[in-house]
Design a protein around this ligand. Structure first.
Ligand SMILES: C[S@@+](CC[C@H](N)C(=O)[O-])C[C@H]1O[C@@H](n2cnc3c(N)ncnc32)[C@H](O)[C@@H]1O
Length: 203
């Protein structure tokens, strides 16, 4: 059987972006605390984070969507090698075009958005209806390696445009009337989002 160390090394050598260790450990803790049963992940890459979640949270099912052919194929092999076919369903689709009525394990305890950063808001709006009332959304890379704090000095035009979009999402979600967003300084900056009613009901 493959090990997580092998996946981490492979990702490093092949330049596959996977979640930082502290980030995925934080997510796993959060899922365990909430006795989560289901996660929808946007952006599987080679299956690393899905496998980490599925093997560290009891009775969890992960539905995950990946658009890239090669990464999808690699994820399928890894899910097989870790014997996790029963706990992970992977869809080979562009999440923005995917027929979301096909999602098998909705509603979800967690929506984990870890795909094209410029599209965060579109992923959020498309998939948040599939979140349980008391579920949470986790978004990774919100700081974009600290660049979000110094946009005018980003030399590359494309990067500057991308970081602007991330900032737009950040500003939008932090001033949203329906959702509470909390910044967590772990890894490359995480954001946990919950429905406002949920917190009001608790108080
Ligand atoms: C940061 S990687 C995901 C890493 C993975 N969650 C992990 O930590 O192991 C982002 C992935 O999202 C995929 N992606 C980007 N846009 C997408 C879209 N619209 N639909 C599905 N997958 C997408 C990319 O191909 C890439 O493999």
């Amino acid at each position: 059987m493959k090990s997580f160390y092998e996946l981490e090394e492979y990702a490093l050598v092949k330049d596959v972006p996977i979640m930082q260790k502290e980030g995925i450990e934080y997510l796993i803790d959060e899922l365990n605390k909430r006795n989560a049963e289901s996660v929808l992940e946007i952006g599987s890459a080679i299956g690393y984070s899905s496998l980490m979640m599925a093997t560290h949270v009891k009775d969890l099912h992960v539905d995950t969507i990946e658009r890239d052919d090669r990464r999808y194929q690699e994820a399928v092999v890894n899910i097989h090698d870790f014997n996790q076919e029963d706990n992970i369903t992977i869809y080979h689709e562009d999440a923005l075009e995917f027929d979301d009525t096909l999602l098998k394990h909705a509603p979800y305890d967690c929506l984990f958005i870890d795909a094209a950063k410029a599209q965060y808001q579109r992923f959020f709006e498309k998939y948040v209806p599939y979140l349980k009332e008391d579920g949470f959304v986790l978004v990774d890379n919100l700081d974009f390696h600290g660049m979000i704090f110094d946009i005018p000095n980003i030399k590359n035009r494309n990067t500057r445009a991308l970081v602007r979009k991330i900032k737009r999402f950040k500003d939008w979600i932090f001033s949203n009337d329906e959702y509470d967003a909390h910044y967590v300084q772990v890894g490359d900056g995480l954001c946990i989002i919950t429905r406002k009613d949920q917190n009001e009901n608790r108080n």
